[in-house]
Design a protein around this ligand. Structure first.
Ligand code: PBG
Length: 331
């Protein structure tokens, strides 16, 4: 019996660690990570988020410390989300443009502590400030009205920029908000404040733990399906991205991450802007719960998902696992 040999052995380059390193197509580095942090009132407060094991809400002083930690880890940017006190939430979310709100105090504390050693990304949407938990203003029928909401979001964005925010990230999914915010930033002399648009943000079941963390979940009346996207749609995501770029977005985000790698890929193939994935709270919680249930090694599960985002075309990933990922990378 004559022996036949394969012409090509793809296993050859996989045989050793050094060779695998040589042919590796995608790398993850600390500069690919954006670390979302939750802010709460008080001083010296660390308040663990029950549904996000290992994640806490920090008072402003703690946020400044986390930011310094991020600088030391080589993480280039943090994202801030406030848990607004109950008595400051209202139907119109007016606390969002109070120059002394929790968010602004946190932005200033980070900038005082770290200056331009780190970028501060701020979420624009009313849900941490409204009594009904919706991202915008609601009419009598409970519908989130578009244009009046945009006007308020502009005030919120300018308030954040005045406090020192570096990247404004509208997560509200109203039509036309990127243009309105860009114009207001220009007129306010904030020419270099960036906009990272939550361009393709889906009405997802994976946001639950985040809503616990900012305290909007229990309040939410109805759902967000009239403004966040239907998970069944892909072409529509490209339409959202095209509009946000035309309206002045510097970069775009796809959210959540793992169930939408095809969207990331399509956006990256079609457009010449940086694309980010938000590995959202439910994704974090699933990794932690899976590891706790013995599904696999937590760090290995985590790193496989993060490299997947890079391979799909992301310039970076928002992940609550950011500091852990840097440790795994050897930082
Ligand atoms: C607010 C906002 C949400 C998230 C980021 N910004 C929640 C929502 O739209 O209900 C979710 C992030 C996460 O789940 O980690 N507009």
């Amino acid at each position: 019996m004559s022996r036949s040999y394969p012409n090509t052995r793809l296993r050859r380059t996989r045989a050793t660690t050094w060779s695998r390193a040589m042919v590796r197509e995608t790398v993850l580095t600390p500069s690919d990570l954006i670390w979302p942090l939750f802010v709460t009132e008080g001083d010296g407060v660390e308040d663990p988020v029950g549904s996000l094991p290992g994640v806490s809400r920090w008072s402003v002083d703690g946020i400044a410390k986390r930011a310094k930690e991020a600088v030391d880890l080589g993480i280039p940017c943090i994202a801030l989300f406030p848990n607004t006190q109950a008595d400051k939430r209202s139907d119109d979310g007016a606390e969002a443009f109070n120059p002394d709100n929790l968010m602004c105090r946190a932005i200033k504390a980070v900038k005082d502590a770290c200056g331009d050693d780190i970028g501060v990304l701020t979420d624009v949407a009313l849900d941490p400030y409204t009594s009904h938990g919706q991202d915008g203003l609601v009419d009598d029928a409970g519908y989130v009205v578009n244009d009046d909401t945009v006007a308020v979001l502009v005030d919120q964005a300018i308030n954040q920029a005045e406090a020192g925010a570096d990247i404004i990230a509208p997560s509200d999914m109203m039509d036309g908000r990127v243009h309105a915010i860009r114009m207001a930033l220009e007129m306010g002399n904030h020419h270099n404040v960036q906009i990272m648009a939550y361009a393709a943000k889906y009405a997802s079941a994976f946001y639950g733990p985040f809503r616990d963390a900012v305290g909007s979940g229990g309040r939410l009346v109805g759902d967000k399906k009239t403004y966040q996207m239907d998970p069944a749609n892909g072409d529509e995501a490209l339409a959202e991205v095209a509009l946000d770029i035309a309206e002045g977005a510097d970069s775009v985000m796809v959210k959540p991450g793992l169930a939408y790698l095809d969207i990331i890929w399509r956006v990256k193939q079609r457009f010449e802007v940086p694309v980010y994935a938000y590995q959202v709270s439910g994704e974090y919680a699933l990794i932690e719960a899976g590891a706790a249930a013995g599904v696999g090694d937590r760090d290995a599960l985590l790193m496989e998902k993060l490299i997947g985002f890079k391979r799909a075309g992301c310039s970076g990933v928002l992940t609550y696992h950011a500091p852990r990922a840097v440790q795994i990378l050897g930082g």
